[in-house]
Design a protein around this ligand. Structure first.
Ligand code: 6PG
Length: 469
């Protein structure tokens, strides 16, 4: 990633000094990939800092965690007031909040930037999500917006906000990436097992889907993965062990959603689905012990079911993004950040892993109404979800009948039904809490007034105080 960003910056006319802890890698890079470019090599951090123009702009692309703190400490002695450190890794936003404060206290500027798009993105146009010390932005704007992916003429890079806002938005991007991947996997599972389709047939379906509302990088690569044959001429996909890895950014999104009390259920399920896949041995054992339904094949109209799955995927995806934006809205409120949601949709529209046509519609929704409280209330998305609703319900119901797990489709539908309910059964939870613990409840006609009832006649009338751990 680091090498590719350097080459990308070079292509756009910027002179870059490259450094790597393993100094020999710098020479190798200059002799191979960077041969004939204006890239300058440095063999120590001191040399690198001496070579840089002021204010120095140092971009780190190292593993998230301690490595970032180590580099920051090593850099500080060679930097002067007003110099800028940029962390382009997948750092946890709370770490970026801390580092930003720490460096600003020393008179330095700090930027935590989400960088998405993998190696290719880094080389030819990533999506960049910078946030932190705002004074740094004028010094890096031109470089960042030049190297970023473009949608038309618009760069997929804009200033996100203070402190760890850039890394926060990247974290939500990754959570949504987990959700999108899980939704595609559930579609694949249904096409493969409920309909018994071949790899080629499934690839054709994904190819078709990629021509409509679902057009996106992840659908496109899934089609290509389905078509890919190993050196022995057999499809590679069925040979891959079904245990999903994860580096933790999806988990962070789920943790943040619990932290801020936002029901980001689809990303949560996507993380848990990876965890369930990872306990493969246990699943293999359980599969010999526990029986599901007798009938595991869909017997209705195959073509109609494929279209139902497409619509279930689309509707669930709308819910997932609505939840992701709910999380960003709530966090911004809590932390006093001003996030531009239309701008975020544009940053994700191109260059990144979740890039899609769909994000153009989200951008449009927030442009039309920057104060839109929820994507599900936008006229366009309201209409789209209505068009999909019946199919979505049929798919979830069929999956349940056939014993095929669709946690993301199902949770999205449950959220949708909960969100559109004026009345939920939480009145019973409140009554139960008050019954066993005198936790009090509000009456519908007296909101804000908490009362306790002596439900049993011997519980007493003293109520507990309200607190949150
Ligand atoms: C990106 C990706 C990237 C992420 C990988 C792997 O935007 O380019 O989000 O940052 O690290 O997709 O993530 P997992 O290993 O957690 O699946």
């Amino acid at each position: 990633m680091g090498q590719n960003i350097v080459l990308n910056m070079n292509d756009h006319g910027f002179t870059v000094v490259a450094f790597n802890r393993t100094v020999s890698k710098v020479d190798e890079f200059l002799a191979k990939e960077a041969k004939g470019t204006k890239v300058v090599g440095a063999h120590s951090l001191e040399e690198m800092c001496k070579l840089l123009k002021k204010p120095r702009r140092v971009m780190l692309l190292v593993k998230a965690g301690d490595a970032v703190d180590d580099f920051i400490e090593k850099l500080i002695p060679f930097l002067e007031k007003g110099d800028i450190i940029i962390d382009g890794g997948n750092s946890e936003y709370t770490d970026t909040n801390r580092r930003c404060k720490y460096l600003e206290e020393k008179g330095l500027l700090y930027v935590g930037s989400g960088v998405s798009g993998g190696e290719d993105g880094a080389r030819y146009g990533p999506s960049l999500m910078p946030g932190g010390s705002e004074k740094a932005w004028p010094h890096i704007k031109d470089i960042f917006q030049s190297v970023a992916a473009k949608v038309g003429k618009d760069p997929c890079c804009e200033w996100v906000g203070p402190q760890g806002a850039g890394h926060f938005v990247k974290m939500v991007h990754n959570g949504i990436e987990y959700g999108d991947m899980q939704l595609i996997c559930e579609s694949y599972h249904l096409l493969k097992d409920a309909l018994g389709m071949t790899q080629e047939e499934m690839a054709d379906v994904f190819d078709e889907w990629n021509k409509g509302e679902l057009e996106s990088f992840l659908i496109e690569i899934s089609r290509d993965i389905l078509r890919f044959k190993d050196t022995d001429g057999k499809y590679l996909l069925p040979k891959i062990r079904d245990t999903a890895g994860q580096k933790g950014t999806g988990k962070w999104t789920a943790i943040a959603s619990l932290e801020y009390g936002v029901p980001v259920t689809l990303i949560g399920e996507a993380v848990f689905a990876r965890c369930l896949s990872a306990i493969q041995e246990e699943r293999v054992h359980a599969s010999t012990q526990i029986k599901g339904p007798e009938n595991t094949k869909y017997t209705g109209d195959k073509k109609a079911f494929i279209e139902d799955v497409r619509k279930a995927l689309y509707a669930s995806k709308i819910v997932s993004y609505a939840q992701g934006f709910m999380l960003m809205r709530e966090t911004a409120k809590e932390l006093g950040w001003k996030l531009n949601f239309g701008g975020i949709a544009l940053m994700w529209r191109g260059g990144c892993i979740i890039r899609s046509v769909f994000l153009g519609n989200i951008k449009h929704a927030f442009e039309k109404n920057p104060n839109l409280s929820n994507l599900l209330l936008d006229d366009f998305f309201k209409g789209e979800i209505q068009k999909c609703q019946a199919s979505w319900r049929r798919v979830v119901a069929s999956a349940v009948q056939l014993g095929i797990p669709t946690p993301a489709f199902s949770t999205a539908l449950a959220f949708f039904d909960g969100y559109r309910s004026a009345r939920l059964p939480a009145n019973l939870i409140q009554a139960q809490r008050d019954y066993f613990g005198a936790h009090t409840y509000e009456l519908l006609d007296k909101p804000g007034e908490f009362v306790h009832t002596n439900w049993t006649g011997h519980g007493g009338s003293v109520s507990s105080t309200t607190y949150q751990v």
